[in-house]
Design a binder for this molecule. Structure first.
Ligand SMILES: [Cu+2]
Length: 561
């Protein structure tokens, strides 16, 4: 009887843990005046008038309903970055992949289903370039304990600020094939800091107490540049990434890509004073880039000369590819008893994808502003430059509507060449199409991303929706089968965005146990806009709990359908 009661109690507890709480948030997308640097009287799209947007707080396993109302001038979508949305792609958000945009003056009730995620994630717009100002944190607290100790926690959102409307920027760039405008500043929690003219005292400033340990939840919501980060004279200990724990990694700088989050402990153990905390771009390309830095201050309380100029951290230089790589390859998942790693080891589907920056010839009778002023910028995966359809792929798939996409994204590059060598004799045009990668339920999938030397080669932060994946290997040059024996299948990091090194390769693994339609793309916006994207359609299993959940009663309408 006692055992029975104990079992019943345990089952009840498990049930409660699995169910979590139900939370409600209201998001209103609207034009908001934000004064930034020397410009005033400009409005940008925000959620609830905030830049960065409101923070969602939840516990592991909670379900969050967000009623998104759009009163902005054009349609938008919202994505919950890193939330796996198990069996429920309907709320995932990428425009014309899982939904059509929420039209002006209407709402979409989105259901965000947390399961195993624990740590820091974020939400952002996923239509054209509106995510520049439409983004915010998702903080997921553990149900019981953290696997580390700290005294206070703070969220740090890195943003990238543009001098004019970001939708106009990308619409124009895609029309001419030219380079989109560069951002003019990087921001920390919406504040540019004192490295910019007219910053008006808007600088992120945290007052700390000597001896205390601070947890910084860092979210890179910038658009087009990876970042180095450091705090003068203070060590950083990375303890989490992309909503999962990592083995504590002690370092004096981070390299974080757009799309990634990192949870970092910092102990205030230096002489009382003011110390700069700095984000500085990692620019490993000869493409144009914003080479500004942004600064905040890590400032001790107490008696000392508060007007002294803060000390600066020594960060890797803008182009320091080896320091970027050396940081990334040290990351390991926690792999503890409470947080075990479950790396797939019986791979049933092995996919190789080349990742390229391309150019397309300028159509006749058109003026183009791409490379040489006679071409259009483009980008591709396996030489296919993704063209988004005019209705959602998820709705076409679910309703068996033909002619919206092809199920023919290849498992291998269309032809073999020295990917990272001299490619100047090869044509740079890619095949423009809507090709989808079909994957069977429960396959153990490996994807080897292979960077190529076409165009302006650089690091590509590859992001997959609906999953986190284990990064089992990474290196420079062309991938070789002999690298498989050196994979880390014990404690590789479990993340949703991985920086594919410039002219290098990265291998990821995941078990395809989340049926649905899932976007996969470079998280540099200009590359994604140029076609460095594809979609994974993961099929259903035979059991009821292995199938997609039904759609909500209301989805934003698709005018093309
Ligand atoms: Cu890219």
């Amino acid at each position: 009887m006692g055992t029975f009661l104990g079992l019943a109690f345990t089952l009840t507890l498990l049930f409660c843990v699995a169910q979590g709480k139900v939370l409600y948030y209201d998001f209103v997308v609207k034009e908001t005046p934000i004064d930034m640097l020397c410009e005033t009287n400009r409005t940008v799209l925000t959620v609830n008038g905030l830049f960065p947007g409101p923070e969602i707080h939840a516990h592991k396993g909670d379900t969050i309903y967000v009623n998104v109302t759009n009163i902005g001038p054009y349609g938008v979508t919202i994505h919950w970055h890193g939330v796996r949305q198990i069996r429920y792609p309907w709320s995932d958000g990428p425009e014309n992949i899982t939904q059509c945009p929420i039209p002006t003056n209407s709402s979409f009730l989105q259901k965000v289903i947390l399961t195993e995620e624990e740590g820091t994630l974020w939400w952002h717009a996923h239509s054209d370039w509106t995510r520049a100002t439409v983004h915010g944190p998702i903080i997921i607290l553990p149900i019981t304990n953290y696997p580390y100790k700290f005294d206070e926690q703070h969220t740090i959102v890195i943003g990238e600020w543009y001098a004019r409307d970001t939708k106009a920027i990308i619409d124009e760039a895609l029309a001419t094939g030219g380079d989109p405008d560069l951002s003019v500043a990087y921001t920390i929690n919406g504040q540019p800091g004192d490295s910019y003219p007219c910053y008006n005292g808007l600088m992120y400033n945290i007052e700390v107490v000597r001896g205390k340990t601070y947890l910084f939840r860092i979210i890179h919501s910038g658009m087009n540049e990876e970042m180095f980060f450091g705090i003068a004279k203070h060590n950083l200990t990375v303890v989490g990434m992309d909503g999962a724990y990592v083995k504590p990694l002690k370092t004096n700088y981070l390299m974080i890509t757009p799309g990634q989050t990192m949870d970092v402990l910092v102990t205030a153990n230096q002489a009382p004073g003011r110390y700069y905390m700095v984000f500085s771009p990692f620019v490993d390309t000869n493409a144009p880039s914003n080479k500004n830095v942004t600064r905040g201050v890590f400032q001790y309380n107490g008696n000392y000369n508060h007007s002294e100029t803060p000390v600066s951290p020594e960060l890797p230089g803008f182009t320091n590819k080896s320091d970027a790589g050396n940081f990334t390859i040290q990351l390991r998942s926690l792999n503890s008893k409470e947080h075990p790693s479950t790396v797939p080891t019986k791979i049933t589907r092995n996919i190789t994808i080349t990742v390229s920056v391309n150019q397309q010839p300028c159509p006749a009778n058109k003026t183009c502003l791409g490379p040489g002023d006679d071409s259009m910028h483009s980008a591709s995966l396996n030489n296919i430059s993704f063209s988004a359809p005019s209705i959602s792929i998820l709705q076409a798939y679910y309703n068996n509507i033909n002619g919206v996409f092809n199920k023919t994204f290849p498992d291998k590059p269309p032809f073999v060449f020295d990917y990272t060598g001299n490619v100047s004799a090869l044509g740079e045009a890619a095949f423009v199409s809507t090709e989808v990668l079909m994957i069977k339920y429960n396959e153990e999938v490996e994807i080897r991303f292979q960077g190529t030397n076409f165009g302006a080669a650089e690091n590509h932060p590859m992001h997959l929706h609906g999953y986190s994946f284990y990064v089992v290997g990474m290196g420079d040059g062309n991938f070789s089968d002999s690298y498989v024996s050196q994979y880390n299948t014990v404690d590789p990091p479990y993340i949703n965005t991985v920086g594919l090194p410039k002219n290098g390769w990265t291998a990821i693994r995941f078990k395809a146990n989340n049926p649905g339609v899932w976007f996969m793309h470079c998280h540099l916006e200009r590359h994604s806009s140029w076609g460095m994207d594809t979609v994974l359609i993961v099929g259903e299993g035979p059991n009821k709990d292995q199938k997609m959940l039904p759609p909500p009663h209301h989805m934003p309408p698709c005018s093309g359908s």
